[in-house]
Design a protein around this ligand. Structure first.
Ligand code: HEC
Ligand code: HEC
Length: 288
């Protein structure tokens, strides 16, 4: 017996629990007219993901673990490498909150130095970085497949291999790239930015953006707490450019408490005003 439509939806929902899938309600699904945040000058050279396996074991497994479950020998103490099997990618640019190849490639190439994730672009070629990005996305797909099988078993339902493959493929399929409007408003309204921040962001990030809001800190799927970022002082892990921050607000940070602020909630101008406010909190903090 295979799982019915309702069972299928339930399975997918429970597998993706902890993933704040971005429900952005795009009225107008425009294809991105602006460059994705893949680092400038880095193409996506063709390389099969299998080329990534030996590279992964040499350069990544010490932290992310030989099986990609964040069980590497360095994954203790303050380092919290992503589990590709159990966690979604966080720094995404798509309208469904699923990382595309360029999102993952950006992190592989540039690293996230402030979180202890080293950049590979000095050590590896573009082709090798691309093979690694494909390889870790493949581990993610296998992780979703595993979770499906586990959920089905626990629920006493049988799931056919072909159907499970199909569900897993859909679950890791990135949506459209979220367009970034070319220009911030000429003069973002500081009062509007402050009001939007107080209403939508301060519960987690605190009124001064120091990360000390009132909302309880939620944990990632491995049970490790993910506190809201100190926006006034911490580096931005998904990139420091305006367009990176625009995507962070629009797409949210899947697998954490931070949800997406789609166009139904924030107009493009609202997003720019709120980003401007975040930057002003940084300026204030640097003067203190
Ligand atoms: C020294 C430890 C370390 C090594 C080595 C390392 N990483 Fe990471 N990696 C991390 C940490 C820590 C994070 C989590 C950062 C965060 O939470 O923002 C991370 C996150 C990631 C992410 C998630 C990005 C996202 O959007 O969520 C990817 C992809 C990734 N690493 C790929 C790699 C690849 C590929 C390699 C090998 C070339 C590698 N890492 C090597 C520590 C490491
Ligand atoms: C429900 C809690 C919550 C709310 C509300 C929230 N955030 Fe966050 N935010 C988080 C968490 C948790 C993180 C850290 C995620 C991580 O460490 O990967 C974060 C991280 C960030 C980052 C860092 C991105 C990066 O690249 O490192 C920015 C910027 C940010 N939030 C802006 C905002 C803005 C602007 C708003 C309001 C429009 C907002 N957040 C609302 C929980 C929240």
């Amino acid at each position: 017996m295979s799982v019915g439509r309702v069972g299928r939806t339930f399975l997918l929902a429970s597998v993706l629990a902890g993933v704040s899938v971005a429900v952005l309600g795009w009225a107008d699904r425009r294809v991105a007219a602006f460059p994705s945040p893949a680092p400038p000058g880095i193409a996506m050279p063709g390389a099969p993901f299998s080329d990534g396996a030996p590279l992964y074991h040499r350069h990544c497994a010490a932290c992310h673990g030989p099986t990609g479950d964040a069980e590497g020998r360095l994954a203790s103490g303050p380092l919290r490498p992503r589990s590709f099997r159990r966690e979604p990618f966080r720094y995404v640019t798509t309208d469904n909150g699923i990382a595309d190849e360029r999102d993952v490639l950006r992190v592989v190439c540039m690293g996230i130095p402030s979180a202890g994730m080293p950049p590979s672009r000095f050590l590896l070629s573009d082709t090798e970085c691309a093979a690694l990005a494909r390889y870790v996305r493949e581990i993610r797909r296998l992780g979703v497949l595993e979770a499906l099988a586990r959920e089905a078993k626990e629920g006493g339902e049988a799931i056919e291999a072909g159907e499970a493959e199909q569900i897993a493929r859909e679950a890791v399929m990135p949506g459209e790239s979220v367009p970034v409007p070319p220009d911030a408003p000429v003069a973002p309204d500081p009062q509007r930015g402050a009001a939007l921040f107080a209403q939508h962001c301060a519960t987690c990030h605190g009124a001064r953006g120091d990360g000390r809001g009132e909302s309880p800190v939620l944990a990632d799927p491995l049970g490790r707490p993910v506190p809201p970022r100190n926006l006034a002082r911490d580096p931005f892990r998904g990139g420091e450019r305006d367009e990176d921050l625009f995507r962070r607000v629009r797409c949210g940070i899947p697998g954490t408490a931070m949800s997406a602020f789609g166009p139904v909630v924030f107009s493009d101008d609202d997003v720019w005003c709120v980003i401007d406010h975040v930057r002003s909190l940084r300026r204030e903090a640097s003067c203190r």
